[in-house]
Design a protein around this ligand. Structure first.
Ligand code: ANZ
Ligand code: ZN
Length: 830
């Protein structure tokens, strides 16, 4: 196999790197024997993790992007002298393998491991600098055994539990779906209308960690993208307010509601419970039971976002019962509706239509009264149909009248607490993590159900509970868990009493696998626990995590939770797993996401065949900042090929005889140019501005070509110095081309084992000029500025200069005219 453009033997290079173990970290779980790491610098480590792939087929363009970006980071760190670990594994449990298995009547294992082999070969062909010793597959019993171990650890600590709860159910894929997998009432994968079912499911108690998940984001400020932090904050959704107990006429037990506006308590004119919560059936009177059942049957399939949307027409049924407002004894009617969520707050609310839009819409739909209790100065919501949510002055609220609503809020909470009918409260939108899946290709939940002893954990010395060889071929319309059909596998004696019992037939959400995989890479064969404590101490937390934005909520939240839970179990020394996070954009085509149905898929292997792996990688990086989407229709892999060939010709032009010459003997102007550019390349690299680095490397190529053609010539030591620097930096992006050029320059491979060139600062002292700053035509300051200063920088600098500030005084600046670098004119408004 040859580079189609200019004959680089790619396979040969892959072989060289493998044989020389070029990309292996120095010591995985422990230092290599005979190394005093403090002395040889290997103590300075860097752990770069890209979100591991799902083996859905061969690598696609999206994979090429994320691994190109993370590989640049890893290669740069290695060249900077950091002992760098860049691991690879596969997220190899999951639904597509199972669907493929059902279709072809082969065990899901076949499809999965075939695809892994294909992807592994493609990674090598792309020249990604993984340390292959870290390789793991989550579907290996040696891996999922530890999912089970961790599950049992959480189970023992009360962090894993089972409860019945309404869930989204896809009747075609035959599984529970998370809320975010339901798009407009349909299954994200197959488009089937989702049903609501009440199932008994396993949960992790992530809500116990809600506040810590919020608080610990302080550790991530500045190193995680702001929007991701905002999304996490939103997802956790902290609200503060009060719990209030409403008695129900004719019932002993009160019903508790959560409200963020206890100051509006006197304005509650009705009461609503979630139609799909058991409470609705408890509160309904006999006359209204049929109506409720009919309403419930019509629900199903509506996503939470839609249910909460204020655009949606409100529906509901009267339950025939009445709730008593604890502050004024008023009896208000109780309704059931789907705009109240069963699993938020308490699944019930006091409705204040004057001040809450959804309540107002419901009141209008049902003809219920609207009573203003906070005067905001706006028009009457009963007339306008627009609820007034602002703060204001209390009215119609008994002893609290005349107070500002801000003062009334704590006063009413105090009143509730004194009377024993409520208290200040904080709720989180975050729910417990539903991890049960009724699918085959996942980690069996290591629980045994015994008629006498209940839920009993499988003793750890009996782990792993391996998947049976049968059960995967269950058709999606068969109405049970696939593992439930493995009749022999199911039967087991209770570990506590020895009587015949039954294994749990659910498997785990694959987000369990990915919540801790980065802990296992330093020693993927470790068999004394899920991860090697020495390896973890050595590499964790992850220095830089790279992956898609689609994981902004769940995966990252689950990984953060798991880290904290394992920390609390005494197994980890840190509480946040990822120090720094980068989310790459998507690869799109003509402005649209690539998809089979749109017919705009770009095939990675075809791109590699046409342009070579290096050009594909360079094109990915050069297309824009890592965070931005790449429109493959707007880029030019052919242009990248041309540039790479120019670099190779340049390297060939430099005579081998100049190897080892002293750069100090080189042409000064060329050296200045090279060092100035390389200084910028280094700082942009540190800042993660990879696309800008490529642009500067292209400039450097041109500069050096000119030096060869019309400057001091190819044999000048300054040219060699520049070309070597170019090739070293290039190795981060185009490893095949760089090593080929490195050898042409007369060196031993691999360029990846050299070091990042250092910039001689004395060569890049900037030229300075004097800039005159005028205010209304009078010279107020003379500033020494770099000759290359930008307009924006110069404007800012001038406005900050003390004499200029003084001259401006209280006046308003009307106009600033900047003629960089020598003149700034400031005009004041009169
Ligand atoms: C009375 C009230 C008056 C409310 C008012 C708001 C404004 P956040 O802010 O998102 O936490 N609520 C309570 N439980 C609910 C549930 N299970 N499903 C849907 N809505 C529920 O929302 C809290 C507010 O949403 C609560 O405060 C409650 O309405 C409603 F002028 O109580 B409020
Ligand atoms: Zn038992």
């Amino acid at each position: 196999r040859r580079d189609t453009v200019d004959q680089i033997d790619l396979d040969q290079w892959v072989k060289v790197w493998d044989e020389r173990r070029t990309f292996e970290a120095h010591g995985l779980a422990a230092p290599e024997p005979g190394h005093d790491e403090a002395a040889d610098g290997r103590e300075k480590r860097s752990y770069i993790v890209s979100m591991y792939p799902y083996p859905s087929g061969d690598l696609h363009m999206g994979h090429a992007e994320v691994y190109s970006i993370s590989d640049v980071i890893a290669r740069f760190d290695r060249l900077r002298g950091l002992n760098t670990l860049n691991p690879i594994g596969w997220d190899s449990f999951g639904l597509p393998a199972e669907n493929a298995a059902i279709k072809r009547d082969l065990h899901p294992r076949e499809w999965t491991y075939d695809n892994i082999a294909v992807q592994a070969a493609s990674f090598k062909r792309l020249g990604v600098s993984f340390d292959w010793r870290t390789r793991l597959h989550t579907s290996d019993p040696e891996y999922y055994r530890w999912n089970q171990w961790i599950f049992l650890k959480l189970f023992d600590q009360g962090l894993a539990y089972r409860k019945a709860s309404p869930v989204n159910w896809c009747p075609k894929d035959h599984t529970v779906l998370a809320n975010e997998q339901v798009i407009q009432g349909r299954c994200e994968r197959c488009g089937t209308t989702v049903e609501r079912r009440n199932l008994t499911q396993w949960f992790f108690r992530i809500t116990d960690y809600a506040q810590r998940l919020l608080d610990d984001m302080d550790q991530l400020k500045g190193t995680w993208p702001e929007d991701i932090l905002a999304m996490q904050r939103n997802w956790i959704g902290r609200s503060s307010g009060a719990h209030v107990d409403f008695r129900i006429v004719g019932r002993d037990e009160p019903v508790r509601v959560f409200t963020t506006r206890p100051d509006t308590l006197y304005g509650a004119t009705f009461f609503v419970v979630a139609a799909d919560a058991p409470l609705a059936r408890e509160l309904v009177t006999d006359e209204n039971r049929d109506a409720l059942e009919k309403y419930i049957a019509e629900l199903g399939g509506t996503s939470e976002v839609e249910r909460l949307s204020s655009d949606r027409a409100k529906t509901g049924v009267f339950l025939g019962s009445y709730a008593i407002n604890p502050v004024n004894g008023e009896q208000i009617p109780v309704y059931a509706s789907d705009y109240v969520l069963a699993d938020y707050g308490t699944g019930a609310l006091m409705a204040v239509p004057a001040h809450d839009q959804r309540d107002l819409d419901f009141a209008k739909a049902m003809g219920l009264p609207v009573r203003t209790v906070v005067d905001t100065g706006e028009d009457d919501p009963a007339v306008t149909g627009v609820a007034t949510a602002a703060r204001g002055t209390m009215v119609g609220s008994g002893e609290f009248d005349g107070l500002s609503s801000a003062d009334a809020l704590p006063a009413i909470i105090g009143h509730l607490e004194k009377s024993g009918v409520g208290e200040g409260a904080i709720t989180y939108r975050l729910r417990d993590w539903l991890l049960s899946r009724q699918r085959f290709w996942g980690t069996p939940i290591p629980i045994i159900h015994c008629a006498d002893c209940g839920e009993v954990g499988v003793p750890v010395d009996q782990l792993p509970v391996k998947l049976p060889e049968t059960g995967f071929s269950l058709k999606p319309d068969d109405n049970q868990s696939p593992l439930g059909t493995a009749t022999e596998w199911l039967k087991v004696d209770c570990p506590q009493c020895g009587k015949p019992a039954r294994r749990d037939t659910d498997t785990m959400d694959t987000f369990v696998d990915s919540s801790w995989y980065y802990l296992r890479f330093p020693n993927p064969d470790y068999d004394q626990g899920p991860f090697d404590p020495e390896g973890v101490k050595r590499w964790l937390p992850v220095d830089h995590y790279i992956g898609g934005k689609e994981h902004a909520n769940l995966h990252l939240l689950y990984a953060r939770f798991m880290t904290k839970a394992l920390h609390d179990a005494g197994l980890l020394h840190f509480t946040e797993p990822f120090r720094r996070l980068t989310n790459q954009g998507q690869v799109i085509m003509d402005g649209k996401a690539m998809s089979k149905s749109l017919g705009n898929l770009v095939n990675l292997q075809e791109q590699i065949a046409a342009y070579g792996p290096d050009a594909v990688r360079v094109t990915m990086i050069f297309a824009g900042p890592p965070e931005d989407d790449i429109d493959w229709a707007a880029v030019s892999p052919a242009g990248s090929v041309k540039w790479l060939n120019r670099v190779r010709r340049l390297a060939s032009a430099v005579p081998v005889s100049s190897a080892g010459s002293s750069p100090a003997d080189g042409d000064l102007a060329v050296r200045r140019g090279v060092h100035r550019l390389f200084d910028e390349i280094t700082s942009k690299m540190e800042a993660g501005r990879q696309n800008v680095v490529i642009a500067r490397l292209m400039e450097l190529t041109t500069l050096l070509q000119q030096a060869v053609d019309s400057g001091p010539g190819a044999a000048d030591p300054a040219v060699r110095e520049g070309v070597e620097a170019l090739v070293v930096a290039l190795s981060c992006f185009a490893p095949f081309t760089a090593d080929d050029a490195w050898v042409k320059l007369g060196h031993e491979p691999s360029v990846a084992t050299t070091t990042w060139p250092t910039v001689d600062k004395t060569l890049i002292v900037e030229e300075e000029v004097t800039c005159i700053v005028q205010v209304n035509g009078k010279v107020r300051a003379r500033l020494q500025v770099p000759a290359a200063i930008t307009e924006d920088d110069l404007r800012a600098l001038s406005l900050e200069a003390d004499p200029v500030k003084k001259a401006i005084g209280e006046a308003t600046v009307a106009k600033v005219i900047v003629r960089a670098p020598k003149l700034v004119n400031i005009a004041l408004a009169r």
